[in-house]
Design a protein around this ligand. Structure first.
Ligand SMILES: *Cc1c(COP(=O)(O)O)cnc(C)c1O
Length: 369
């Protein structure tokens, strides 16, 4: 299989050599070979998060670290910023972990207002703000730096889900003074699913109630493991091999270049919807202008064209797109332009998608877009 056909916004396409790296033999996770593998991963991950702090590596899907974010946060109520399906999940996790919580909801596709976050934290005496950086269900991007600053001004900490953000959208853990940020392996890092990564400040780690942390997601365990070059439990060693191989390429490209490449792909996708509209296929990015994610675009389809039909037609042309998510399933499609994709791999996918939609709406004679 050549690379460049799979545009689901998670899991994303993984290059064959990275898949190949996973076939290396097992090693003991309490031995020196694993410790050196762990150290190599640390160096790369610190660059990815723009931090000098240890990066915790959890063997779980990213939802595991959503739960860890809530369980390890200081006691008190949570203000959950909700603007899509994943931020809704964050809010539900806070409830399921027994936290008092309040939702700050804005319409799907919009972003949260930092000043409102500060006001709601003060009014509700919240201890924690939970926010999603790149809402993968809608393609909306939150200004997590401003939201975190607003939370701090009002006396709360801010936990950030950057699962589809990290590596594609700028995020600087140390410089921005963030508290806890996490991501998953299968989005812009272009690895198979199964690992999640998080960074916390020393203050965040010591602020929570130990008894609320549970066992598997007690970040104190990750911190003491990291100090020894180890994971708390048996890690997914094969995925660490893939991670180490992929981090070499990520470091080689550099973070700023990666952010730029993702921004370019998002702009390309947005321009393409405009061109399609001019050519009789009315489409637009679902997220509001000024708050669009560089890694994923949810696209509002022409009336009468279903998301399912588009995904099916594009698949017949050899490309896999993401279906709309949750309540947007019928009216949108999602293009995951993240990970190792480039303008060159994205371009033919957009062309094939336009052609498929043209056929579906029966305007066969339109000029090609
Ligand atoms: C994919 C995703 C998650 C959940 O990740 P899993 O690995 O499926 O648990 C959470 N938040 C966001 C924003 C995501 O894109």
């Amino acid at each position: 299989m050549t690379f460049g056909t799979f545009f689901v916004p998670g899991p994303t396409e993984v290059r064959p050599e990275i898949l190949q790296a996973m076939t290396q033999p097992m090693i003991s996770h309490r031995g020196s070979a694993f410790r050196s593998l762990f150290e190599r991963c640390q160096t790369g991950l610190r660059t990815v998060f723009c931090t000098k702090r240890p990066v915790f590596i959890a063997t779980c899907s990213a939802t595991g670290l959503m739960e860890a974010a809530i369980r390890n946060a200081p006691t008190g109520s949570v203000l959950a910023c909700v603007n899509g399906a994943f931020s809704d999940r964050f809010s539900l996790i806070a409830e399921k972990c027994g936290r008092a919580s309040e939702r700050y909801e804005v319409p799907w596709g919009e972003a949260h207002d930092p000043a409102t976050v500060a006001a709601r934290v003060s009014a509700g005496h919240h201890a924690v703000v939970a926010v999603v950086h790149s809402e993968t269900s809608t393609g909306a991007l939150n200004d997590v730096r401003a939201i975190s600053d607003a939370a701090h001004r009002a006396g709360a900490v801010c936990v950030i889900d950057s699962v589809s953000g990290i590596r594609g959208a700028e995020l600087r853990f140390d410089d921005w003074g963030l508290d806890f940020v996490f991501t998953g392996s299968q989005k812009a890092l272009a690895l198979p699913p199964g690992l999640a990564f998080g960074v916390a400040t020393e203050r965040f780690l010591s602020s929570g109630d130990r008894t609320a942390r549970g066992a598997y997601f007690d970040l104190a365990e990750f911190a003491s493991g990291a100090a020894k070059g180890e994971a708390p439990n048996t890690p997914a060693i094969s995925l660490y091999y893939a991670l180490a191989a992929q981090l070499e390429c990520i470091l080689e490209e550099g973070m700023e270049a990666a952010w730029k490449r993702h921004g370019l792909m998002a702009a390309m996708t947005q321009n393409w919807t405009q061109r399609c509209t001019v050519h009789g296929i009315p489409m637009s990015p679902f997220a509001v202008l000024g708050h669009r994610s560089p890694t994923v675009t949810a696209i509002k389809l022409p009336d009468g064209v279903s998301g399912e039909a588009v995904v099916k037609a594009v698949s017949a042309a050899g490309y896999t797109l993401g279906a709309g998510y949750g309540k947007l399933k019928d009216t949108t499609i999602r293009i995951g332009h993240m990970g190792d994709h480039t303008a060159e791999t994205l371009d033919p996918c957009l062309t094939a998608t336009a052609e498929a939609i043209q056929k579906l709406i029966g305007k066969r004679n339109l000029p090609s877009v």
